[in-house]
Write a protein that binds this ligand. Sequence first.
Ligand code: ADP
Ligand code: MG
Length: 344
Amino acid sequence: MSRETLVSSLPDLKKDDPRLRPTRISEMVGQRDVIERLRIAIDAAKQRGDVLGHILFDGPPGLGKTTFATCIPAEMEVRIDFLSGPSLKAPKDLLPNLTNLQHRQVLFIDEIHRIPKAVEEYLYTAMEDFRIDMIIGEGINGRTHSFNLKPFTLIGATTRAGMLTGPLRDRFQIREHLDYYNDAELTEIVLRNATKLAVEIDRESAVEIARRSRGTPRVANNRLRWIRDFAQSRASGRIDLQVAHDALRMAEIDERGLDRQDRRYLETLIRVCGGGPVGVETIAATMSTSSDTLEDDVEPFLLRSELILRTPRGRVATPRAFEHVGISAPHKSDSQRRLFDEPA
Ligand SMILES: Nc1ncnc2c1ncn2[C@@H]1O[C@H](COP(=O)(O)OP(=O)(O)O)[C@@H](O)[C@H]1O
Ligand SMILES: [Mg+2]
């Protein structure tokens, strides 16, 4: 069996297990500052009987954007409707969702940076004045009709805050960036979720899983579910350090928590591209994947781990990345010397 078929025959751990998603803000771990600011906004809106201001969450996948979006309406005691940017291809995909909104409810738009401009423009007045202006009729017979909407809260989520247009970004009263979680927070998530999954685990194994989860709750959950399956099928069902290590090794998760895709990225950058600088499109083409996948799923954690740098001339592998891949750093080019060394 090739490695590709081996990995694709593993159970589908990419999908989130709904049991593991917190339903109230009080069940969420970490993001203390974000939670404190949101609580103030929620309390104030509730006391005034007012609608909550529009909220934008940005940050890498798996850090809790959708979780926040589902917990907030629970706190506000209002309903939530879900939309996703890529599915809103034309105004007709958005408008009925706006006109049907109930008073104070939440409308969640995931991947909001992928809404086409022609659709996005309707959000401007909708968000600012709870109104949409539509031109009905063609040419000189065209008339603008205004429709009032019920006051509502838009919650947007994006992995690419930089791709949002200024007018849209400015209409969010609250903008929160979600950052990676530390090992203690991820350990807490692993321990809580082991209880939810009814699997026995000791603390040091939870710490080990946390440490190898790329700072990301979704990754921690996926690792935990895989190790639970492994423990059931290959061991006593209980997760101890030995089981955790064996299961992680089998899934090709390394000491830093990098998976095959992460390592392939580093190897492509280092072995094929000499460590860079090289454009992300070149790396993506060499790996036969999309640059979006790399920019969303792979690069943020490698950047954060100081394994790669983003420079105006392209991606560059740091000495730490060379060490991780097990290649001694080559004779440095002038540009690399400028990047890594003290000024002469
Ligand atoms: N703060 C948190 N506390 C506990 N679990 C979390 C937290 N944030 C995320 N998770 C877990 O990670 C999973 C993925 O989070 P999600 O909100 O879907 O990420 P995003 O929308 O940013 O990609 C959730 O189903 C949940 O189980
Ligand atoms: Mg999400």
